[in-house]
Design a protein around this ligand. Structure first.
Ligand SMILES: [Zn+2]
Length: 353
């Protein structure tokens, strides 16, 4: 098949998937997407319905070498990359990076360790609904967590890092689940404050229009990454699956990594929050009560929840689960804090509006 080189072929984006690139090329040149797809693909095997891209045809179409195309697009690499290193689902990336790539939506298959665009300081997160990536100017700790995540990757390799960070996210999800014991770990307020900024309440629409589970992951990401070296370490994993005193030592180590160095006084915190948006009952009922569960049930954590190859994990996941279950005392504590919070914010709010 003779393929004519397109007049102005744009380059593929890094980690872009082939259908995304071909769709952009078609859009930019006013061509039929299916027609272009047929030109650069062949049946996976004789008579197959599934088609695979022929790298040489794509090279002819774009005037770019197979080598250059494969550098950006893992699907074209020969030998094939270790697909386990990549997420199971393609997603959109950083919208500021994408702005350099015309022709429509850029869809990428990103490696497990990509949560933040370090060039633009934006949250990419796990695959989720397509919101533009979140600007992290106000969250240097989330950007820093991505750097620490990459350090761990260099030290432990992708598999151990992937497992450790995902488990860290799961632990954080347990801690902020409705039965969580915020005072045990002392991180409730920090996560709440981040979520306030990441998912602000739109007063006009009376809704959380920017809501996405990916943003909830952003809120707990720094602590998940802080826990990851602990989880990746054979020593701490042994303690986590060990005797009760050993498990207690492990939990103490967990608590020391997810505890904020100071606890701001409640009224100041309340006023601060109020300045940002109204804290309605709806907020608590619709989102706050469910944020831990929302994280736990998101597909991103599935690999770690379904893991059964290592009974040690199951054992200490159980430990954590029990340690985060509410008892009456904690329930009272949470209710007390909420009452104090409402007492501090409601008069201020009614006089201000
Ligand atoms: Zn970017």
């Amino acid at each position: 098949m003779l393929i004519r080189t397109l007049p102005g072929p744009v380059p593929p984006a890094r980690h872009e998937i082939l259908p995304s690139y071909i769709t952009r090329l078609a859009t930019l040149h006013g061509l039929d997407i299916n027609g272009l797809w047929l030109q650069v693909t062949r049946p996976a095997y004789p008579g197959a319905g599934r088609r695979v891209v022929v790298p040489e045809r794509l090279a002819a179409l774009t005037g770019r070498s197979v080598h250059a195309l494969a550098g950006a697009m893992p699907e074209l690499r020969d030998p094939a990359p270790d697909w386990e290193m990549f997420r199971h689902q393609p997603q959109t990336g950083c919208h500021r990076c994408d702005a350099r790539h015309p022709g429509g939506r850029v869809v990428r298959l990103l490696p497990h360790h990509t949560y933040v665009c370090l060039r633009h300081g934006t949250w990419i997160g796990p695959p989720d609904i397509d919101h533009p990536a979140v600007d992290l100017t106000r969250f240097p700790e989330i950007i820093d967590a991505q750097l620490r995540h990459l350090l761990l990757l260099r030290r432990c390799g992708w598999a151990a890092t992937y497992d450790a960070v995902l488990t860290g996210l799961m632990i954080c999800a347990h801690i902020c689940s409705p039965d969580g014991r915020p005072t045990l770990f002392g991180f409730w307020d920090t996560w709440d404050d981040r979520i306030d900024i990441l998912i602000p309440f739109d007063r006009k629409k009376q809704d959380y229009v920017d809501y996405s589970t990916s943003r909830l992951f952003a809120a707990v990401y720094p602590e998940a990454v802080a826990l990851a070296p602990l989880i990746a370490s054979a020593y701490w994993r042994r303690l986590a699956g060990g005797t009760e005193p050993e498990q207690a030592r492990f939990l103490t180590a967990v608590a020391s990594r997810v505890t904020y160095p100071y606890s701001p006084p409640l009224p100041a915190l309340a006023a601060n929050r109020l300045a940002r948006h109204e804290k309605s009952a709806m907020w608590f009922s619709r989102l706050r009560r469910n944020q831990g569960r929302t994280l736990l049930f998101h597909g991103h954590l599935k690999p770690v929840l379904l893991r059964d190859r290592d009974p040690q994990y199951v054992k200490w996941e159980g430990t954590l689960w029990h340690s985060t279950r509410t008892d009456d005392l904690m329930r009272e504590e949470v209710a007390k804090r909420r009452r104090a919070f409402e007492a501090a914010t409601l008069p201020h709010y009614s006089s201000g509006s």
